[in-house]
Design a protein around this ligand. Sequence first.
Ligand SMILES: [Zn+2]
Length: 117
Amino acid sequence: MRVRMRQDGKRAVMKMYYSSRLFRLPLLRHYSALVLGRRCFVKAAWASERLIRHEMIHQEQMDRHGVTLFYLIYLKDYLKWLWIYRNHDKAYANIPFEREAYRLESEGQVLAQTEGK
Ligand SMILES: [Zn+2]
């Protein structure tokens, strides 16, 4: 379980699920982690701190917009860039939520504590 402080000062808990079978689904095969609300699913039996920070930034984005709106905006942006580039990797890299997550994950601005696993 990971804990981060939200901007409103409340604690946000992210429950971790390693070696998740979700990634056997064809749609998710190429991903290494996924956040659904308060849950973080990781493909491997472990995750780097950087990957966890990345997923916590997505969780923070979901706090900002709500889970449903987050995924609608995410999908809309992905499809927009897919239409432009006709390439999954380029479309994915241009999604504003991903750009923000990649920028902040390396800055280490996400304060995360580990409680258990
Ligand atoms: Zn991401």
